[in-house]
Design a protein around this ligand. Structure first.
Ligand SMILES: [Zn+2]
Length: 187
């Protein structure tokens, strides 16, 4: 049985606070809005608005999870910033939190990391930008092991998750490929 978002964050939210500290940022637990929560971090390339934009008609234009999940925004935006820097070109955030109905509408996996706000989907300018960013930024974190990564690799896309319920359940980091990445390309 999968935890609800609130159950997950009550039990495992501390992992994200620790990860933020590991990344050298602190979170403002007194902030009242997600924007105020994230702004002290000094993210260079992304805004909270992009992070929460919905892309499907019939849903609110912004998808903002409850405050318990906000530490994920800090950690994931710091990682996205580093990936953008390494990519050397524009990177777009396609998804962060996906509530159940939205996840269904975009045909997300039933136990998707996005249901708990544990992951970002990023679109890179091309194959090499994606690969360079992945190798420079994610490979060391994968070897480090403390971020409990879940990485989905497409031709020019990355799903970047940390501490997702499925990863914690399995006890090992997860990596997979999307159909857009040719078989002959290593992950
Ligand atoms: Zn994803």
């Amino acid at each position: 049985m999968k935890p609800t978002l609130e159950e997950y964050w009550r039990t495992d939210g501390h992992l994200w606070i620790d990860a933020a500290l590991l990344l050298g940022v602190t979170v403002d637990l007194g902030a009242r809005t997600l924007k105020d929560y994230v702004s002290p971090v000094g993210v260079r390339y992304f805004t909270v608005s992009e992070l929460t934009d919905a892309h499907v008609a019939g849903f609110p234009s912004k998808l903002v999870p409850p405050p318990c999940a906000w530490p994920a925004a800090v950690v994931l935006l710091v990682l996205a910033d580093r990936l953008r820097e390494a990519a050397g070109g524009p990177v777009k955030i396609r998804n962060w939190w996906r509530p159940e109905a939205y996840n269904k509408a975009v045909k997300g996996a039933a136990g998707s990391d996005h249901l708990w706000a544990c992951a970002l989907d990023l679109d890179f300018p091309g194959f090499w930008a994606r690969r360079r960013a992945q190798r420079e930024v994610l490979a060391p974190l994968w070897r480090d092991g403390r971020y409990k990564l879940s990485i989905g690799v497409g031709y020019k896309t990355l799903h970047v998750g940390c501490f997702a319920p499925e990863t914690l359940r399995l006890g090992v980091q997860r990596q997979w490929r999307y159909g857009s990445l040719p078989r002959e390309e290593g992950l």
